[in-house]
Design a binder for this molecule. Structure first.
Ligand code: AMP
Length: 742
């Protein structure tokens, strides 16, 4: 058996750790050079790939073939750098880094790495998380899960500073991002992330840019050197800034020396006060986010136990001093920001996998913090970190593109709110109307964040296929299950109700042009609702129908009415009797019992004895102003007196979108039946005994013909199946009810 490790795949440094099971504490695994952390720098040099300190030295010396900071572009599929004619994506580079760490660990420990937990920033979207997993796979690592960096840091801290109910604010300021997370230590050795937020455009590089600006203004004021006149001054100031900033973390004054062929040489000094003043608004932005997080939890600064500093930029002295002034807490520097994250990951490799939280779309419950926090000064050392269990929350809400309730625009409908405990899954069911010969595919666009579709992160486009057309079960009831797994990755599973196999879901490339979701949705007739069926049955009651034929006709019509009940959206039926006159026996209505009673009330010769009339005028009148699919079923026996007029009137029905199907028996004229029928369903000529069967066939064909007329669900109509019932986007789909997946 090999070992399990935690890996901090950092922007500037990476580290690996494992549990010392005898002592019950996590320990850093130094690399083969004896260093506890390895610079995340790679150099490609004449067929050799150099990773770590040697590559970093080469990089600082300005040698070619070096690359660093690729973590910042994680999730971007394009080339991050091209060296020696070879292009490398952030995934390739991260895979090289991870493989190096794995090889070093195996060399130093003499054991094989069986399993790993890799840390990622809490704000990482699905795209970046899945790229990290891709890199791990390429590196030959078996990844148990990804864990958020602040949670990992809190785990490491908890080993020596356990206090039941302690509420720790993890303040993580890195090179390009800022995250703040509230963590609690709960009974049973649980370290739970409660809530997280951040600014992913705020980090050490912003302090560098301010410092560069400060140096440039000093150069202009002190030596008359302006960037307008000497553009290279800006690059020189930027290059110097980071090292000046680092010097100011341990001294009050730092020397600046710039040189270039352009402006020559320039030297100056920057004081800590000048630096702090130039960056005051940046540090304030971080504390505003901390206060926002507290207020979202109805807490004040006094409601937390401690502030734990993580991330390279928390070495700037202004971070501690400003936080202390603002919060009254002296921030803890108990963890080594370079090592804590890897140590925490090593603890979590042994954590049992958490159970899925289940809920209804848009209504996942969020934990409330407990009432009292642990007391300062009562810290304990845990007997063993092996018993610590961690749990995380998702930094971003998960949603789908849907059409707003009024149909005027596309919205981001939240499925899982941000800060829900992960892993989490929730499901919703809705009706999907299939069509014969149609592609019957459903497209789902998943989002992260709560902004409108075009401003949110598009996780992916998922196409669901295999929703087979079954006229007896149309619409199909489809249930979509969305989940965040314990690594914060999004999954979509789709199943047809009553089946125990998932439908195939293909993740497709997200179209480059998503602009259609910024425009008003196309007005589609099909809004996800199956069309309502409206059917008028007209029966010949002339003398030739007396006795058995009329009895069989009534039986067949009642049978048809029973079939109609199975269709969605309250189908409607009406009844007409025709011979010398056309009589409306029942107007269009959805009460099928009433309809059957009306059919049974039909009597021989109730409209005369001969065939002088036709029913088409009444059919048109009854179906006028109805929504949905409109049908007239005409049952004829014998020859009609004025066939030309009847055909003309039947065609008027066709022109108005009313489909007619003629059924004849006895001496009925086959050609006439064909002429009055609209062709959607072929006319039929049958024996009396087969009437029930023929009506049954029509009932089936009407069901399957309906979507053909109204158009299949295409991309737009599929999206429209999530017409939200409210503007917040948290409503149920218009096409069906929302269920828990349980
Ligand atoms: P991280 O992403 O956590 O590795 O943090 C990287 C950031 O920390 C970069 O912006 C560094 O400039 C910054 N940093 C590292 N060491 C120091 C230091 N001694 N003083 C100030 N900033 C530092």
């Amino acid at each position: 058996m090999g070992i399990r490790i935690g890996i901090d795949l950092g922007t500037t440094f990476s580290a690996a750790a494992m549990m010392d099971k005898r002592k019950g504490v996590p320990v850093i695994i130094p690399n083969s050079e004896g260093e506890r952390i390895t610079p995340s720098v790679i150099q490609f040099q004449s067929g050799r790939t150099i990773v770590g300190s040697e590559a970093k030295e080469a990089y600082e010396a300005g040698e070619s073939g070096c690359t660093s900071s690729f973590k910042r572009s994680m999730g971007d599929d394009s080339a991050y750098c091209t060296i020696g004619g070879q292009s490398y994506t952030p995934v390739h580079l991260s895979a090289i880094m991870l493989r190096h760490i794995k090889d070093e660990v195996e060399m130093v420990t003499g054991e094989k790495v069986d399993e790993a937990v890799i840390t990622v920033p809490a704000y990482f979207y699905h795209r970046e998380r899945s790229a990290t997993l891709d890199a791990a796979r390429l590196a030959g690592l078996n990844v148990k899960q990804l864990i958020n960096e602040p949670t990992a840091a809190a785990l490491a801290y908890s080993v020596d500073h356990w206090r039941e109910n302690a509420r720790i604010m993890v303040y993580d300021l890195g090179g390009g991002t800022f995250d703040v997370t509230l963590i609690e230590m709960k009974s049973g050795g649980r370290v739970e992330s409660i809530r997280t937020t951040g600014d992913h455009t705020l980090g050490g590089k912003d302090w560098d840019a301010r410092l560069a600006g400060l140096i440039e203004s000093k150069a202009e004021a002190e030596a008359g050197l302006s960037v307008r006149e000497y553009p290279s001054l800006h690059n020189a100031a930027m290059r110097a800034a980071e090292s000046v900033k680092k010097q100011l973390s341990s001294r009050n004054t730092a020397a600046v020396r710039l040189s270039s062929e352009d402006f020559g040489k320039y030297s100056t000094e920057v004081t800590i006060d000048e630096f702090n003043n130039a960056t005051l608004d940046l540090i304030k932005r971080t504390t505003t986010l901390c206060e926002q997080l507290l207020s979202e939890l109805s807490l004040s600064w006094s409601g937390i136990t401690d502030i734990l500093l993580v991330g390279g930029s928390t070495r700037m002295r202004q971070v501690s001093s400003f936080l202390k002034e603002r919060s009254g807490h002296s921030p803890l520097m108990h963890v080594n920001p370079d090592e804590a994250v890897a140590l925490g990951a090593a603890i979590s490799v042994w954590s049992p996998p958490p159970e899925y939280n289940e809920g209804v779309a848009g209504a996942i419950s969020r934990d409330k913090p407990p009432k009292s926090a642990g007391k300062v000064g009562q810290e304990q050392k845990l007997q063993s970190a092996l018993s610590v269990v961690s749990s995380d929350v998702c930094a971003h809400a998960m949603g789908v593109i849907a059409v707003s309730a009024d149909g005027s625009r596309y919205i981001n409908k939240t499925i899982v709110p941000d800060n829900s405990r992960i892993p989490v899954k929730c499901a919703e069911s809705f009706h999907y109307y299939t069509s014969e010969g149609g592609s019957n595919e459903l497209e789902i666009y998943m989002l992260q964040g709560e902004k409108p579709p075009l401003e949110s992160e598009v996780i992916g486009k998922y196409t669901v296929s295999g929703i087979t057309h079954d006229p007896k079960n149309n619409p199909a009831v489809v249930s979509i299950q969305y989940s965040y797994d314990r690594s914060g990755l999004v999954h979509v599973q789709v199943r047809r109700q009553g089946r125990d196999v998932d439908l195939p879901v293909k993740e497709e490339t997200v179209p480059k042009d998503m602009s259609k979701f910024g425009n008003p949705p196309e007005k589609v007739k099909v809004t996800g609702q199956p069309q309502r069926l409206n059917v008028v049955m007209a029966v010949d009651v002339s003398g030739s129908m007396n006795g058995y034929p009329l009895k069989e006709a009534k039986k067949a019509m009642c049978h048809f009415v029973d079939k109609l009940r199975q269709y969605p959206n309250n189908p409607q039926a009406g009844v007409v009797a025709v011979s010398d006159r056309s009589i409306v026996v029942m107007k269009l209505g959805s009460d099928m019992n009433k309809c059957k009673a009306a059919i049974n009330s039909i009597e021989e010769e109730m409209a005369g004895v001969l065939n002088g009339a036709d029913p088409f005028e009444d059919i048109r009148r009854l179906l006028r102003n109805t929504d949905g699919k409109r049908w007239g079923i005409v049952l004829a026996d014998g020859r009609w007196d004025d066939q030309v007029k009847a055909v003309r009137r039947a065609r008027m029905c066709h022109e108005e979108g009313i489909d007619i199907v003629g059924i004849g028996f006895g001496t009925a004229d086959e050609k006439f039946l064909h002429d009055i029928s609209s062709g959607e369903i072929e006319s039929m000529f049958v024996s009396q005994d087969k009437l029930v069967e023929s009506f049954g066939k029509i009932a089936r064909e009407i069901g399957s013909a309906a979507p053909k007329k109204t158009g299949r669900f295409d991309a737009v109509t599929a999206v429209s199946t999530w017409r939200a019932t409210d503007e917040s986007g948290g409503g149920s789909p218009l096409t069906g009810s929302v269920h828990s997946s349980r």
